[in-house]
Design a binder for this molecule. Structure first.
Ligand code: SF4
Ligand code: F3S
Length: 112
């Protein structure tokens, strides 16, 4: 198994998660992060760090939909290990539905 970032992260990107990962397996897109499924050691420490519950085990119902997205983009986007400020409008997007369809960006983030 692995942990995955789900669509709640899109346009929120609080990045609290990256600071606690012991194997630095978060990767940054323009408006969300993903976890590299083959690098994640399933320690689970990132899950409670996310203030909006955007991280979950891939064994959760529905989470498998995000596994391929995490796999695909973690091989393309740059690594991120240091927390940065969230987007200024992050709070506007908390709890919004259908973020994947409406807001997902394939563009890479800056990483660190
Ligand atoms: Fe990193 Fe552990 Fe979270 Fe996997 S579960 S992404 S290893 S902090
Ligand atoms: Fe995203 Fe939550 Fe991390 S919003 S960047 S998964 S702390």
């Amino acid at each position: 198994m692995t942990y995955v970032v789900n669509q709640a992260c899109i346009k929120c990107k609080f990045t609290d998660c990256v600071e606690v990962c012991p194997v630095d397996c978060f990767y940054e897109g323009e408006n969300m992060l993903v976890i590299h499924p083959d690098e994640c050691i399933d320690c689970g420490v990132c899950e409670p760090e996310c203030p909006i519950e955007a991280i979950q085990p891939d064994t959760d119902p529905g989470a498998e939909d995000f596994l391929e997205l995490n796999r695909k983009y973690s091989s393309i986007w740059p690594n991120i290990t240091i927390k940065k400020d969230p987007p200024s409008d992050a709070e506007l997007y908390q709890g919004k539905q259908d973020k994947l369809k409406n807001y997902f960006s394939e563009k890479p983030g800056e990483g660190d």
